[in-house]
Design a binder for this molecule. Structure first.
Ligand SMILES: Cc1cc2nc3c(=O)[nH]c(=O)nc-3n(C[C@H](O)[C@H](O)[C@H](O)COP(=O)(O)OP(=O)(O)OC[C@H]3O[C@@H](n4cnc5c(N)ncnc54)[C@H](O)[C@@H]3O)c2cc1C
Length: 445
C-alpha cells in the first residue's frame, strides 16, 4: 500500500464518512484472509526506529514503517507480552459471548512477513538516546523512538494497593486476568445484589466504554440475575458521548435494570466490603454496597514517561505532542501516540491505528530531511454493543487546524461534531464485527 495514496484516501473521504468507508483503510473485510503487502526494496530510506509497546498504536507503527519505509529501514518492536489481548469487545467476555483467547493477537506476521525485529522484554526507563530494560540491558543507537505503552491506573480513594484491582475489585480496563475475575464474580454474585460501576472524569480510555459495559452487563443480568441491577456512579456531569443512544438504553431498553447517577464524587472505596462512598450534588456521604464492584479508575500515561520528563500536558498526566508527527513537545526524537498522548482525539484503538499512520509518514519524511505533511486527517469509529445482538456507533473525522495546531472535526462534518447511529440495531452489530476484524487485521496481520 502506498502511503501517499492512503493519505489521499483519508483526505478525500472527509465529509463523506460512511460505515463502509471504515474498512477502506484496512484493505480487507472479515470474510477474507488479511492481505499481506510486499515490502518495497528501493525507497532509499535508511535508519533504525525503535517502537515501545505492541498495542493498537505501536503494532501499527511497526508494520507501516516497514510497509511504507521499505527494507532499508530497521524496525525494532519492544513489547513485554507474548501476545496482545484486545480491549475492544472485551466487555463481551464478561457476558460469555467471547473468550479472552479469541481476542488474542500475535506478532508472527509483523516478524515473519513484515520483517520487524521483536524484543519480548519489559522496558524500565527511556531517554532520548536509549531504552533500559527491566533486566538491566540497554538498547541504543536508533534514530528515533516511538512510545505507545497505553495507560496506567490510579488508586481509587481509600485504596492502598493496585493489587486490590487484581484480587478483589477488578477494573478490567485492560483486558486480561481482571476481565476473567470480573466475569467470575458476576457469575457467582447472589441474584438481587447489585453491580456497581464507577466512571472516571474524562479523559480516559474509550469514552463510550463504561456506558457500553453497563448496557451489556444489564442485558446479561436480565437473563441470569433478574433481581439485580447495575448502578452507575459517573463522576462526569452527564453521559459523555452518544447521549441519546445511552439515555434510551438506560431508560427504555434496560429500564429498571440500570440506575445511572451522574455528577458523583467518589470519596471512598472499600475493596473488602465493596462499599463505595460518594457525594452527589448537595447529597453527601452516600453509600452503596455492591455485590460486584467494578471501579474504572482515573488513568494516566505510564510512570516511565513521567520519569523521562515527557508528561507535559496541562494536567501533567499525559504527553503533549505535535500532532503533525506525534513528536514529544518536551524531548525531540521521541514520538508518543495512542492513549499515552494528549490530543483532542478520543483515547481509542481506532484512533491509535490512525495516529500511527500519520506518525509513520512523518518519520519517513523526517528521515529524508523533509517536514511532516502539514494537513493530516484521521478518522475515529467506536461501535458499542447495547445488548447481545444490537449495537450503536459513533464516528468522526479529524483534520489538522493550523490556527490551534490541534486535530479538529471540520465544520463540514456534521457541523463540527461526531456522528452517532440513530438507533441500536442488529445491522450495526454485524457492522461492528466487520469493523473490528478489519481494524485488528490492519494492525496485526
Ligand atoms: C472495555 C473497552 C472497550 C473498548 N472499545 C473500544 C472500541 O470499541 N473502539 C476503539 O477504538 N477503542 C476501544 N477501546 C480503547 C482501546 O482499547 C485503547 O484506546 C487502545 O488499546 C489504546 O492503544 P495503545 O496502543 O495506546 O495502548 P494498548 O493497546 O494498551 O497497547 C500498549 C502496549 O504497550 C505494552 N507495554 C506497556 N508498557 C510496556 C513496557 N514498560 N515495556 C514493554 N511493553 C509495554 C503493553 O503490553 C501493550 O501491548 C476500548 C477499551 C476498553 C477498556
Amino acid at each position: 500500500m502506498n502511503r501517499r495514496k492512503f493519505l489521499g484516501v483519508t483526505a478525500s473521504g472527509l465529509g463523506l464518512l460512511t460505515l463502509s468507508s471504515f474498512s477502506a483503510f484496512a484493505a480487507r473485510d472479515s470474510n477474507t484472509a488479511p492481505v499481506q503487502f510486499a515490502i518495497p526494496t528501493n525507497t532509499g530510506i535508511n535508519g533504525h526506529i525503535v517502537v515501545l509497546g505492541g498495542g493498537m498504536a505501536g503494532a501499527t507503527v511497526a508494520k507501516y514503517l516497514r510497509l511504507w519505509g521499505g527494507t532499508g529501514l530497521q524496525v525494532t518492536l519492544v513489547e513485554k507480552s507474548a501476545a496482545y489481548t484486545s480491549n475492544i469487545l472485551s466487555n463481551t467476555v464478561l457476558t460469555g459471548q467471547r473468550t479472552l483467547a479469541n481476542l488474542a493477537y500475535h506478532y508472527d506476521t509483523l516478524k515473519n512477513h513484515y520483517g520487524v525485529t521483536l524484543i519480548n522484554k519489559e522496558v524500565a526507563a527511556i531517554d532520548a538516546a536509549s531504552i533500559q530494560f527491566a533486566d538491566g540491558t540497554v538498547l541504543s543507537g536508533h534514530d528515533r523512538l516511538v512510545v505507545a505503552p497505553g495507560v496506567e491506573f490510579d488508586l481509587m480513594p481509600g485504596m492502598t494497593s493496585v493489587d486490590e484491582y487484581d484480587t478483589l475489585i477488578p477494573h478490567a480496563w485492560k483486558a486480561g486476568p481482571q476481565t476473567t475475575l470480573l466475569r467470575d464474580q458476576l457469575i457467582n454474585m447472589t441474584d438481587g445484589a447489585d453491580v456497581v460501576i464507577t466512571i472516571p472524569k474524562a479523559p480516559y480510555r474509550c469514552p463510550p466504554g463504561p456506558y457500553e459495559r453497563a448496557c451489556v452487563i444489564a442485558d446479561w443480568l436480565k437473563a441470569n440475575k433478574p433481581n439485580s441491577q447495575v448502578i452507575v456512579l459517573d463522576t462526569n456531569a452527564d453521559i459523555l458521548v452518544e447521549k441519546d443512544n445511552f439515555n434510551y438504553a438506560f431508560t427504555v431498553t434496560h429500564a429498571g435494570v440500570i440506575d445511572y447517577r451522574p455528577g458523583c464524587t467518589i470519596t471512598d472505596v472499600d475493596s473488602a466490603t465493596r462499599v463505595v462512598t460518594y457525594n452527589q450534588g448537595l447529597s453527601l456521604d452516600n453509600t452503596v454496597e455492591a455485590g460486584v464492584l467494578n471501579p474504572i479508575p482515573p488513568q494516566r500515561a505510564p510512570k516511565l514517561l513521567a520519569d523521562a520528563g515527557l508528561l507535559n500536558s496541562p494536567d501533567g498526566r499525559f504527553a503533549a505532542v505535535d500532532v503533525l508527527s506525534y513528536e514529544s513537545t518536551a524531548i525531540p526524537g521521541i514520538h508518543i501516540l495512542g492513549d499515552a498522548s494528549s490530543t483532542t482525539m478520543p483515547k481509542a484503538g481506532h484512533i491509535g491505528n490512525q495516529q500511527a499512520k500519520t506518525c509513520v509518514d512523518a518519520i519517513l519524511r523526517m528521515l529524508q530531511g523533509q517536514l511532516p505533511d502539514p494537513s493530516p486527517v484521521t478518522n475515529s469509529a467506536c461501535f458499542t454493543p447495547i445488548t447481545a445482538s444490537t449495537a450503536t456507533w459513533l464516528a468522526a473525522v479529524y483534520q489538522y487546524d493550523p490556527g490551534t495546531k490541534k486535530m479538529v472535526i471540520p465544520a463540514q462534518h456534521n457541523n463540527g461534531t461526531a456522528i452517532s447511529a440513530p438507533t441500536a440495531s442488529t445491522r450495526n452489530y454485524q457492522d461492528m464485527l466487520t469493523w473490528f476484524n478489519s481494524l485488528m487485521g490492519d494492525t496485526f496481520a
